[in-house]
Write a protein that binds this ligand. Sequence first.
Ligand SMILES: Nc1ncnc2c1ncn2[C@@H]1O[C@H](COP(=O)(O)OP(=O)(O)OP(=O)(O)O)[C@@H](O)[C@H]1O
Length: 246
Amino acid sequence: MATHGAATERPVPRLRIQGLGVRFGGLDALVDVGLEVGDGEVVGLIGPNGAGKTTLFNAVCALVRPSTGTIETAGVPAPGRPDRLAAAGIARTLQGLGVLPGLSVLENVLVSVLDRPDRNGRARVALERVGLGARSGDPVGALPYPEQKRVALARALATGPSLLLLDEPAGGLGPADVLDLSTTIREVAAGGCAVLLVEHHVDFVMGVCDRVVVLDFGRVIATGRPEEVRRDPAVEEAYLGLAVDR
Ligand SMILES: Nc1ncnc2c1ncn2[C@@H]1O[C@H](COP(=O)(O)OP(=O)(O)OP(=O)(O)O)[C@@H](O)[C@H]1O
């Protein structure tokens, strides 16, 4: 039976991955992976070390070439080149810090928006958003680790992304900073941005995400709301029993 009317149609997801496979020589790093992230949604990607989480990010960012499958952003193929990600509204933070130690806090954010109109305004708004408005002139190396991580987040936010990829954003943070990070991510999503995050900090993932996708040996073994995934015996066996709640 046909369905009629716009009200019955699902919105096109900001990110849609279907049948994604990535091979490194003889190793299948990803096998037939599918996931979606809608506008305003926060999705967590979890799984044991080597499950393929970073490889999936790298595929979305055109840093590795898929052997199978499709990656679409808002219904069109994702850019096939890393230098076109920003124009497509995609921003990513890296595992670890990724800040430029010789530059100030503000300069670290400016580097991501050098080609944009009102780059200073964008950078300053992003720094306010992560609570570092008053530190913009400081050398980034003078900031403690958690605040340097905020700078890296501000750099991604300054581009005004519609899809934000966060690679272990809570890594190395204490409870208070994790709470602040959760608040910032929910605010960003409330503004309509789709957020996909990779993280080993299970309590953080379960608290901040609308949905969680679990990878194991390159395959999706579970997808669902956090409480569903937490109760899934396959996830417990593959991952949660091993995960560290920091
Ligand atoms: N460039 C590469 N060449 C060869 N093998 C690779 C390459 N990148 C990743 N791999 C392999 O692909 C698999 C998936 O790695 P990936 O880094 O995506 O896992 P991960 O889930 O992000 O792990 P972690 O939680 O430790 O960051 C691993 O077996 C890894 O050794």
